[in-house]
Design a protein around this ligand. Structure first.
Ligand SMILES: *Cc1c(COP(=O)(O)O)cnc(C)c1O
Length: 409
C-alpha cells in the first residue's frame, strides 16, 4: 500500500479547515472575506486583538530602525521592558526567551542552580500536578501532567513527581530532601480551565517557606491580564519566587519571559543561561507596546466590564441549556464551559466556526472562550448570541432524534 504523501508542513497539527487573511480588533477575515469573531486570540496570545494601531505603529517604527543585534550588546527596549515588568510584579529580574516552554526551562534551571549555589545540589525535584501543561520540550512534557504528551517520547526526564491538584496534604507527602520546588499553573489552561482557590495557592507558598522550596507559577496563559488582573497571583495574598510568561506578552510576536526574585537569581552568573533571539529589539518593541496599553488608566476597568458581562451571559446560557453546559469554568477572560458528555468539544468548536465564532477546545470536554482583552460588551453579546443559536440547534436535534432535549442520553 502506498503511504499518503507527506505534507510539506510536519503534520503534527489537526487544523480546522479555515485560513485567515487579515484581522482587525476582535475580528478575523478568511480568504473568502467571511468574518469571524475571535474568542480564541490565537490561544490566549493576541491580547489587544488584531492589527491594534498602537502595536502596528511601534512595530513598524522598530522594523525601520533595528531588528536584531544579539545579547552580546545592550538592547534598550529589553532593559525598558524588564524595568516595567519588575516595577509591576513581585520580581527583581527578567530573562527573555521566545516561548512558554523556554520560560519554564529557565525557571527549572534557576531552581536547580539556586539550591546548587547553597550546597544543596541533591535538591533537584520539581513537584508538578496531574493535568498540568507546561509546553512541549522534554523538560516541559516531563513536568506536564498529561500522559498523552509523553507517549512515544519516553523516558521522561527524572525529577518531576506528580500529585493531584487541590490537595495540600498530597503535596506535603510528596516533599522529600531532594525536592527543590513546586510548579503550578494558577489556573490550569489546556487541561480544562481549572482555577484553584487563593487559599490553596497560599497553602503551597506556606509549604515552600516551611521546607525551603521555591514556588514557580506558570503564568504563560494566565499572565498579562487574562484573568482580570495583570498577573493571576495578584488574586492571592502571596507571590511566587519564579514566574513564566509567554503567550500574550508581546501581543502575537513570539516572546517568553522568566521572572525571578533577586534571592533566586543570585545564582545565575554570566554564561549560565542564554538565548540567541531572546528579548530582541522587535519582540521588545511589541511587548512594550502591549504594556503601554495594559497599563493605561482605566484599561482593567473596561476588562472587568467585559468579564462581568460574559460571566452574566454564560450563567444565563448554563441555566437555559442544562443538557449542553454542565459547568462554567475558569477566571476572567480565560473562561469557558464543560460540555455534556453527549457532545464532543472539538465538534462543537467546529460548528461554532461554521457560525463565525472562534473558540478553543481544552481537556475534560471543555470549550474555552479567550477573547482579546479589548473585547467590547457588544462583541461579548454577539458571541453569546451565536452560542445560543448553536446550542438551540443542538437541543432541536436532540428533540427530533427522540431525546427530550433537556437530559443526557
Ligand atoms: C501554552 C502554554 C505553555 C507553552 O507555551 P509555548 O509557547 O507553546 O511553549 C506553557 N504553559 C502554559 C500554562 C501554557 O498555557
Amino acid at each position: 500500500m502506498l503511504n499518503a504523501p507527506m505534507p510539506s508542513v510536519l503534520p503534527v497539527y489537526k487544523r480546522y479547515p479555515v485560513t485567515f487573511e487579515r484581522g482587525e480588533g476582535a475580528y478575523l477575515y478568511d480568504r473568502e472575506g467571511r468574518r469571524y469573531l475571535d474568542f480564541s486570540s490565537g490561544i490566549a496570545v493576541t491580547l489587544l486583538g488584531h492589527a491594534h494601531p498602537h502595536l502596528v505603529g511601534v512595530l513598524k517604527a522598530q522594523a525601520e530602525r533595528l531588528w536584531h543585534v544579539s545579547n552580546l550588546y545592550g538592547i534598550e527596549g529589553q532593559e525598558q521592558l524588564a524595568d516595567r515588568l519588575v516595577e509591576h510584579s513581585f520580581a527583581d529580574t527578567v530573562f527573555f526567551c521566545n516561548s512558554g516552554a523556554e520560560a519554564l526551562e529557565c525557571a527549572i534551571k534557576m531552581v536547580r542552580r539556586f539550591h546548587h549555589d547553597r550546597g544543596q545540589s541533591q535538591r533537584h525535584k520539581v513537584i508538578a500536578f496531574d493535568g498540568a501543561f507546561h509546553g512541549r520540550t522534554m523538560a516541559a512534557i516531563s513536568a506536564g501532567g498529561q500522559a498523552k504528551y509523553l507517549e512515544g517520547f519516553e523516558p521522561a526526564l527524572p525529577g518531576f513527581p506528580k500529585v493531584a491538584p487541590g490537595d495540600l496534604g498530597a503535596v506535603a507527602q510528596a516533599i522529600d530532601d531532594e525536592t527543590a520546588a513546586i510548579l503550578i499553573e494558577p489556573v490550569q489552561g489546556e487541561s480544562g480551565l481549572r482555577a484553584w482557590d487563593a487559599s490553596y495557592l497560599e497553602g503551597l507558598r506556606r509549604l515552600c517557606d516551611e521546607q525551603d522550596l521555591l514556588l514557580i507559577f506558570d503564568e504563560v496563559q494566565t499572565g498579562l491580564g487574562r484573568t482580570g488582573k495583570l498577573f493571576a497571583y495578584e488574586w492571592t495574598q502571596i507571590t511566587p519566587d519564579l514566574m513564566a510568561l509567554a503567550k500574550g506578552i508581546a501581543g502575537g510576536f513570539p516572546m517568553g519571559a522568566c521572572l525571578a526574585t533577586a534571592r533566586v537569581a543570585n545564582a545565575m552568573a554570566p554564561g549560565t543561561h542564554a538565548s540567541t533571539f531572546g528579548g530582541n529589539p522587535l519582540a521588545c518593541a511589541a511587548a512594550n507596546g502591549v504594556l503601554d496599553v495594559l497599563l493605561e488608566d482605566g484599561f482593567f476597568d473596561r476588562v472587568h466590564i467585559a468579564v462581568e458581562t460574559l460571566r452574566h451571559e454564560m450563567e444565563r446560557l448554563a441555566t437555559a441549556f442544562p443538557s449542553i453546559i454542565t459547568e462554567l469554568r475558569g477566571k476572567g477572560l480565560m473562561c469557558g464551559f464543560r460540555l455534556n458528555d453527549a457532545l464532543v468539544n472539538g465538534e462543537v468548536v467546529a460548528e461554532l466556526i461554521n457560525h463565525g465564532l472562534l473558540t478553543v477546545p481544552a481537556g475534560d470536554n471543555v470549550v474555552r472562550l479567550l477573547p482579546p482583552l479589548i473585547i467590547s460588551e457588544r462583541e461579548v453579546k454577539e458571541a453569546v448570541t451565536t452560542l445560543e443559536e448553536v446550542f438551540q440547534s443542538f437541543v432541536d436535534e436532540q428533540a427530533s432524534t427522540g431525546g427530550d432535549g433537556q437530559s443526557a442520553p
